[in-house]
Design a protein around this ligand. Structure first.
Ligand code: SAH
Ligand code: SF4
Length: 427
């Protein structure tokens, strides 16, 4: 999501004569786009700001800015103790040219207003990823859920869906520029709902509209929320070959008591029913998840419920974290962060160890299968090999010196690790 925000920022700034540079030593303006989801993401930024300030001392006139969620959350600290010149929240990127023009030594500029409307619908992002094969398209902003541990609704504001036609136009534009895959992004894509007096588009309908851009344009999406993931979306996925068979399906915990306390609006049973439904409709569907270990008051029994859910579902991979209290959230205000760090770490490590075994199990199931892979380029380890993802999002590597990035190739899986399918080209 932040990569896409940065692409939007580059687009807005380039219209005002700013050019991107790869080197901090050349830059007149140095900005970091930030995330507040976990404390360690924020901690890393303070060190970066020190580096930026070094540049400012070396070269007169350099301006430094902090954008995104941390700007929203920590504006005072950024201005008072860290001497940042520009502080702009996630809905304030359009004002950056003005803020930059007005900023001067000891005259910092700030805009952290959150908006109910801003979706940057008309901004065509400047793609910063170099591979030219896969692009991100933001379909909505903000979030209307209030998961008790999560800072996102406070830093990114209320949920807004972007004009469906601008999304389809952006997908067409990507395809015309040679991209072969788009990923539709939102905190909760299933609650996408764009409505005007004459039109009413749900996520399932949007997915279908984007899938129809071209059968050669793959469509992915993230993130799905278990409580809102609809049968209609499953049906559209099953109908279109170019909608990739992969769902990122964050569970957060396997314990109903924890899920309730987290204010997730589903139960373990509901989650497992959705997984069963997905696998029935799309047998090869890739499933990945997010989980939080050691949330407030989590007992050994709750933790065992998470392990047993991981065992039962057999995810391909997972993003695994221990709970990090975020100031201002419901959990921070109402529940003590009472699982000690040793226990959090041990539980997290147990989940990681189990998931590593499960990943291997999941990847092994694909040995012998044939997949259509979108080539991303040479594999990192061996220039004689190419890499690319199968529809289920698993990374495939295979010896090949003929095809190029952006090509579709058929491969057969011959072996695997817990993170890669080792393949050969189908004759
Ligand atoms: N909108 C998505 C996730 C957004 S945040 C969803 O609802 O699933 C990405 C992930 O960060 C979350 O899925 C969660 O696992 C993790 N996360 C969010 N807040 C956290 C916190 N306070 N401590 C630890 N992990 C957290
Ligand atoms: Fe945070 Fe929950 Fe919204 Fe995801 S759905 S961004 S976890 S509040």
């Amino acid at each position: 999501m932040n990569v896409n925000d940065t692409e939007v920022i580059f687009s807005l700034l380039s219209k005002h004569g700013y050019e991107r540079t790869e080197s901090m030593d050349e830059a007149d303006v140095i900005m970091a786009n930030t995330c507040s989801v976990r404390d360690n993401a924020e901690q890393r930024i303070w060190g970066r700001i020190d580096q930026f300030n070094l540049q400012k001392r070396k070269r007169e006139g350099v301006l430094i800015g902090i954008l995104g969620c941390m700007a929203e959350r920590l504006k005072d600290q950024l201005l008072d103790t860290h001497k940042v010149d520009i502080v702009a929240g996630p809905d304030a990127y359009r004002s950056l040219p003005e803020l930059l023009a007005a900023a001067a030594p000891d005259h910092p500029q700030i805009n952290v207003m959150l908006s109910r409307e801003e979706t940057y619908a008309d901004v065509n992002p400047v793609r910063i990823d170099k591979n030219g094969v896969s692009a991100f398209i933001s379909i909505m902003r903000g979030c209307n859920n209030v998961c008790s541990y999560c800072v996102v609704p406070y830093t990114r504001g209320a949920e807004r869906s972007r004009d469906a036609h601008t999304i389809v136009r952006e997908a067409c534009d990507c395809f015309e520029k040679g991209y072969k895959e788009v990923t539709l992004l939102g905190q909760n894509v299933d609650s996408y709902h764009w409505k005007t007096e004459t039109e009413d588009v749900t996520f399932a309908q949007l997915l279908e509209m984007v899938a129809q851009v071209s059968p050669d344009l793959r469509v992915r999406f993230s993130t799905s929320n278990p409580q809102d993931f609809s049968d209609e979306s499953i049906a559209v996925m099953a109908k279109y070959e170019n909608i990739c068979n992969h769902i990122h399906f964050p569970v957060q915990s396997g314990s109903n008591r924890m899920l309730e306390k987290m204010r997730r609006r589903y139960t373990r049973e509901w989650y497992l029913e959705r997984v069963a439904k997905i696998r029935e409709a799309i047998p090869d569907c890739g499933l990945t998840t997010d989980v939080i270990a050691g949330f407030c008051s989590e007992t050994e029994e709750d933790h065992q419920d998470t392990l047993s859910l991981f065992d039962e579902v057999c995810f391909d991979t997972a993003f695994m974290f221990y709970y990090s209290e975020r100031p201002g959230t419901l959990a921070a205000r109402n529940y003590p962060d009472d699982v000690d760090i040793e226990t959090k770490t041990r539980r997290l490590n147990e989940i990681i160890a189990l998931q590593n075994r499960k990943s291997l199990e999941s990847y092994k199931k694909d040995i012998g299968k044939t997949f259509k892979v979108l080539v991303e380029g040479p594999s990192k380890k061996n220039p004689e090999e190419l890499c690319g993802r199968a529809s289920n999002n698993k990374m495939c590597v295979f010896p090949d010196t003929i095809h190029q990035k952006g090509d579709y190739v058929e491969v057969e899986v011959v072996d695997c690790t817990s993170a890669t399918l080792l393949c050969r080209l189908k004759a």
